[in-house]
Design a protein around this ligand. Sequence first.
Ligand SMILES: N[C@@H](CCC(=O)N[C@@H](CS)C(=O)NCC(=O)O)C(=O)O
Length: 201
Amino acid sequence: MLKIHGIAKSRAFRCIWAAEEAGLAYEVIPVGFGPELKANVAAVNPNGKIPALQDGELTLFESLAINLHIAGKRGAPLMPAGDDGSRVLQWTLWAATEMEPAIMQWAYNTYIRPADQRDPGQAKAGAEAAAQRLLVLEGHLARGPVLVGTGFTIADLNLASVLYGAWLNGFDFGPYPRVKAWLDACLTRPAALAARKQREG
Ligand SMILES: N[C@@H](CCC(=O)N[C@@H](CS)C(=O)NCC(=O)O)C(=O)O
């Protein structure tokens, strides 16, 4: 049984979605935000953040690495082998290092921080940085409706989960119709809906 430490209203959402997608049994160990977070999660994540995963003797942090592990347990098609497996790693690292910092800069300054702590200039800079990357993604999706190969993989899940908050909170994906269609499809898969129900109610 996978143990996912965190709550659905955190990046643990990504891991819940991955476990649902893989069809693996999991339990959410509820660790929420607040002053006690660091102490509550210290045994499983030295960074004092959620999520963390326990799978038998293995303990992992980093949501997208956790997802690669979950998908690896299921294997293809969620985690393909060979060159497509390498492409999955590429898009996952791109999600974490290129897209997430940009979209989170926008998110913190539009809907996450309290209104009086938001900086419109930072929101604009984040949106512009995200736009550059969304153009790359829009170009890539001309090859077909998924990131890698011909079917949904953990690469789609990892990148879509990074964009999920923006998708839900009014980021304008209009200029990127292929990205919009791909996101809509990813985020309405049955496994995504099951995870979203835990987060959105
Ligand atoms: N790169 C990490 C980021 C983890 C992270 O920042 N988690 C947030 C919740 S979504 C957290 O625990 N924040 C509390 C804090 O930073 O003190 C991952 O993807 O797992």
